[in-house]
Design a protein around this ligand. Structure first.
Ligand SMILES: Nc1nc2c(ncn2[C@@H]2O[C@H](COP(=O)(O)OP(=O)(O)OP(=O)(O)O)[C@@H](O)[C@H]2O)c(=O)[nH]1
Ligand SMILES: [Mg+2]
Length: 382
């Protein structure tokens, strides 16, 4: 099959790269391209890329840099105008080339499904922490552990197989959040400083901050990083008996947003008096990290609960909060080289394998393990 693949992202850019693969590459390029001098182009594997002309219609030519990779593969580096990229790509389709996405290209060309998934995830990795864990999996950490489980099964060592699978699955939460940020939601009474904390953590004024209680209505989300871990931080409407329908809807949204959070941060204003409402909020989110904000002001009276005593007005408190959050999100960061599943599909297959190991069903366990590496269809996953 002949294929045309745009390797660079859609949208405007200085340059774009279009890859061509297949037995027709030579013929089509020889028919289409002209040398810069206007002479006929002869396709040959050259040590260096060459500047050539590609006809784009209406007598117009685009000057492209052609890199011939081998007798059946070449790359065109053209200007990054999306119209131009589309015109060139569509032209190859008229010559019978099949259009493939860069994701499909990675999936097809990687040797197994784990490496392909790691490479796709690497293209999206937002931090070096995530990158280094994914690089370990790309380099074979996860695959080697799968082989180890298979060997244990062949030797009839059920316990070892179960132990390794348990260890792999213990990284489920960390692994799945390499490709999907942790959802961290700020909740609390009005005016406690939730929006201020969101802005403080993300480093810019994402949410409106105001002394008027009930300022935030709809939730506000912002992407950030907590000590290397990707986080989507949500600011929500303050919780109190609603004063009108609008506020009732805002509060309903707060509860919905918090209902599937990975971590809830309950923000309370420590300069106010402890109230029964505060106690109710604590009971509603017993797992929440409690932030006792406004420590720059004198503390309010009452039998206050424990929490992180800080202030958005005190710069040194920011790293303290980030550290506390990262410890809560990832209490035990994986050591370098650790094998970690990182897609929902991988986790599901590992669970299948473990269930089969626990019922001493060797063939089912091996099948589940082997399916982890198998590329089910050439244009499958992505
Ligand atoms: N003194 C002091 N004031 C703070 C601190 N953090 C926030 N504030 C102030 O408290 C007020 C309320 O802050 P917001 O961040 O808007 O509070 P909120 O919890 O988002 O309030 P709602 O959106 O109404 O629910 C603003 O005037 C902030 O400037 C702090 O650490 N110390
Ligand atoms: Mg607010």
């Amino acid at each position: 099959m002949n294929r045309v693949i745009v390797l660079t992202p859609p949208g405007r850019a200085a340059l774009a790269t279009i890859r061509l693969e297949g037995s027709a590459v030579k013929d089509v390029l020889e028919k289409q391209l002209l040398r810069r001098s206007g002479n006929k182009f002869r396709f040959e594997v050259l040590p260096r890329p060459v500047l050539v002309r590609f006809p784009v219609g209406d007598g117009l030519y685009e000057e492209v840099i052609l890199r011939v990779v081998n007798s059946e593969t070449a790359e065109l580096h053209c200007h990054g105008n999306p119209l131009l990229v589309e015109t060139i790509t569509a032209k190859f389709e008229t010559f019978g080339f099949h259009r493939e996405t860069w994701e499909q290209w990675i999936y097809r060309t990687e040797e197994d499904a784990i490496r392909a998934a790691a490479r796709l995830a690497l293209a999206d990795a937002p931090t070096w922490t995530v990158t280094s864990i994914l690089l370990d999996q790309y380099g074979g950490s996860f695959s080697r552990m799968i082989d180890k489980v298979e060997n244990a099964l062949i030797e009839g060592n059920w316990q070892e197989a179960a132990d390794i699978l348990h260890r792999l699955l213990s990284w489920e939460r960390v692994g799945l959040h390499l490709t999907r940020p942790y959802k961290v939601v700020l909740v609390g009474p009005p005016n406690a400083g939730k929006s201020s904390i969101l802005n403080w953590l993300v480093g810019y004024r994402r949410a409106i901050v105001d002394p008027t209680p009930g300022t935030t209505r709809d939730f506000v989300a912002a992407a950030t990083v907590v000590e290397g871990w990707p986080v989507e931080l949500y600011d929500t409407a303050g919780l109190r008996p609603p004063q009108d329908e609008l506020e009732a809807e805002a509060i309903a949204r707060t509860r919905r947003t918090a209902s599937d959070a990975d971590l809830v941060l309950l923000v309370l204003d420590r300069s106010t008096e402890w109230t029964a409402d505060y106690a109710r909020l604590r009971e509603a989110w017993p797992e929440a990290v409690v932030i006792l904000n406004k420590r720059d002001l004198p503390p309010g009276p009452g039998a206050w609960c424990e929490g992180l005593y800080l202030s958005t007005r005190i710069g040194e408190d920011r790293p303290v909060l980030l550290k506390a959050l990262s410890q809560k999100l990832v209490p035990e960061p994986p050591p370098p080289g650790e094998a970690i599943p990182f897609t929902p599909d991988q986790v599901a297959r590992l669970k299948e394998a473990l269930a089969a190991v626990e019922t001493r069903n060797r063939s089912m366990a091996v099948k589940a393990l082997q399916s982890l590496k198998l590329k089910s269809s050439p244009l499958g996953n992505p």
